[in-house]
Design a protein around this ligand. Structure first.
Ligand SMILES: Nc1nc2c(ncn2[C@@H]2O[C@H](COP(=O)(O)OP(=O)(O)O)[C@@H](O)[C@H]2O)c(=O)[nH]1
Ligand SMILES: [Mg+2]
Length: 360
């Protein structure tokens, strides 16, 4: 399953500029695995040097990188939780994502109007976070009313849930996101709420061109709420994405804009979920990277590749990517003993290269 990231922020923060740059990055990747894109979804490859090295050494026919779906979620404004400005629809869009990229205007370009008439990153962050917290608060209180009744009847899961919800609400009142109050194991995940502010966040400081440092005010806030932070100039990235490689490199040189701006956003978003990466690669066939939740097995990995492969799972051949690279091929890796046979319960490790044997 593709990882979904929602881009949020104040009007004019630079969300669409960032989104456009990401869209180009996706469209230009050599082996674009998708044919249809929704207008507000950018499918962006997560570059992984290990995949390129494997593909070359094994002689793969093509390279297909794992992707992230970035959703441009416009319209999150003060009052959204009350349904203002289509607010509820936007909150619903955020609900469907795995993680949030929060774009914060930090550049001082007076040509760009700020909705509140001032450039104040801390206040902007607070406006957006307050909306999300309000939305969570409403849900938590509603849920609490029901849970209290079951808890009175002595239901163990309900008692645990009530305690958790009360702790959440107390935190919300102090402006604390749900991230700091994780759901205890004895709460029934399938029944309860999933707060927006529990989602991992990457702050993207939209800085003046030529700067690539996250302003202290954003960095400090990110650290305080357990979020990541990167700096990028959205407009420059959008402009650069329109140029061919050579012109873009020259313009980056002129402006002193680091190559890694956009890839820092993609990498940063990917790392939010602490996923592991595994690979499939063969001579004359496609080399591909995939992601998986940590702690999951070879059988789950097979399911990522194809449901038929999972259904017919017999066994897996697994080798760490660097061992395969060092051996220079599967035959040598087998001789060296680094290529192992594993069953369906094998717990996948980051960097594993897997070949699933299955009965069709
Ligand atoms: N100077 C400058 N302008 C920017 C930057 N990023 C976005 N803008 C401009 O700000 C305006 C709003 O940007 P947009 O991406 O549409 O913001 P959105 O409302 O968050 O989607 C546009 O005119 C952009 O060209 C930036 O990094 N520097
Ligand atoms: Mg926009």
């Amino acid at each position: 399953m593709s990882m979904k990231v929602g881009i949020v922020g104040m009007p004019n923060a630079g969300k669409s500029s960032l989104f456009n740059a990401l869209t180009k990055a996706g469209a230009e990747s050599a082996n674009y695995p998708f044919t249809t894109i929704e207008p507000n979804v950018a499918v962006v490859p997560v570059h992984d040097d290990r995949l390129d090295q494997l593909a070359e050494v094994i002689g793969a026919s093509e390279v297909v990188a794992d992707t992230i779906d970035f959703h441009d979620i416009a319209g999150l404004v003060a009052g959204a939780h009350k349904g203002e400005g289509l607010g509820n629809k936007f909150l619903a869009n955020i609900r469907e994502t795995d993680a949030i990229v929060h774009v914060v205007r930090c550049h001082g370009d007076e040509g760009v109007i700020h909705p509140e008439g001032r450039v104040d990153p801390a206040a902007d962050i607070e406006t957006i976070e307050t909306e999300l917290i309000f939305a969570d608060m409403e849900q938590a209180e509603k849920r609490l009313e029901r849970v209290v009744r079951s808890a009175r009847g002595g239901d163990k899961a309900a008692i645990a849930e009530q305690r958790w919800l009360e702790e959440l609400v107390a935190g919300f009142l102090e402006g604390k996101p749900a991230r700091g109050t994780p759901m205890p194991d004895d709460v029934d995940r399938s029944q309860t709420i999933h707060p927006l502010t529990a989602k991992p966040v990457l702050f993207v400081a939209n800085v003046d061109e030529g700067s690539d440092e996250v302003p202290a005010i954003v960095a400090d806030h990110a650290a305080k709420v357990g979020a990541g932070a990167v700096a990028v100039s959205s407009r420059i990235e959008a402009e650069l994405s329109e140029l061919d490689e050579e012109d873009a490199a020259a313009m980056r040189d002129d402006l002193g804009v680091a190559e890694s701006g956009l890839s820092r956003v993609v990498r940063g978003a990917f790392e939010l979920l602490h996923l592991l990466t595994f690979f499939t690669v063969g001579s004359g066939v496609r080399a591909q990277s995939w992601h998986l939740e940590r702690g999951l097995t070879a059988w789950h990995a097979a399911g990522e590749i194809h449901t038929d492969i999972q259904k017919g799972f017999v066994r897996a051949e697994v080798v760490p990517w660097d061992a395969l690279l060092a051996a220079g091929g599967y035959g040598k890796a087998r001789e060296a003993g680094t290529l192992r046979l594993e069953g369906r319960d094998y717990v996948m490790q980051d960097g594993d290269v897997i070949t699933v044997k299955f009965t069709p």
